[in-house]
Design a protein. Structure first.
Lengths: 113, 120
């Protein structure tokens, strides 16, 4: 069964600190993996998208890594800001041409002043 | 970047009434649109996949007669919740897909901002 698990479920950090969110997946075959940020009451916004052949992708203060052998990904947030408070969702696209995505349950991040 | 809009952003209705939610791709043509439902503190759950000009494909457990989907053009899909009940209260999110090459790993879904439905 295709699954995406994220950890931690929730996280509180101080403004300015770094943090790393984890994503483990069992999806196979695997086309790409995406990280989304979802603010409360809003739709998800794409942060990074990586194919199975890519190991890392950056978008400003967000850096995603991917290890296709161990089926693990991480999202590292540098110098966190209050506006980073949101849910971060790891999503795996199982197969090219078949567009049904597999969603993780998300990590709720709270950045406190 | 690709922008997807939804209207309305929130709606409150009485039990038994029908509600229509629109999803538009503003600056691109989307051959496929998806409708999701999200309950508090849960992830998105796919309800149906809609291709322009054809009938929507519903996920198991989603009533097609209750959640009517119309995808009349490459930029517009609508979801109508018929005879809404309080248990239909949820956050409904659509996404639109730009189909590059069929097997492109970069086929990406762009999400709308969501519609909060509250049924009294």
């Amino acid at each position: 069964k295709n699954q995406v698990e994220q950890s931690p479920q929730s996280l509180i950090i101080l403004e300015g600190k770094n943090c790393t969110l984890q994503c483990n997946y069992t999806v196979s075959p695997f086309s790409n993996l995406r990280w989304y940020k979802q603010d409360t009451g809003r739709g998800p916004v794409s942060l990074t998208i990586m194919t199975f052949s890519e190991n890392t992708k950056s978008n400003g203060r967000y850096t995603a890594t991917l290890d296709a052998d161990t089926k693990q990904s991480s999202l590292h947030i540098t110098a966190s800001q209050l506006s980073d408070s949101a849910s971060y969702i790891c999503v795996v696209h199982p197969h090219p041409g078949f567009q049904k995505l597999v969603f993780g349950t998300g990590t709720r991040l709270l950045v406190s002043p | 970047g690709a922008v997807v809009s939804q209207h309305p952003s929130w709606v409150i209705c009485k039990s038994g009434t029908s509600v229509k939610i629109e999803c538009r791709s503003l600056d691109f043509q989307a051959t496929t649109m998806f409708w999701y439902r999200q309950f508090p503190k849960q992830s998105l759950m796919l309800m149906a996949t809609s291709n322009e000009g054809s009938k929507a494909t519903y996920e198991q457990g989603v009533e097609k007669d209750k959640f009517l989907i119309n995808h009349a053009s490459l930029t517009l899909s609508t979801l109508t919740v018929t005879s809404a009940h309080p248990e239909d209260s949820s956050f409904y999110i659509c996404s639109a897909s730009i189909s590059l090459l069929r097997d492109s790993p970069y086929n990406e879904q762009f999400f709308g901002p969501g519609t909060r439905l509250t049924v009294l």
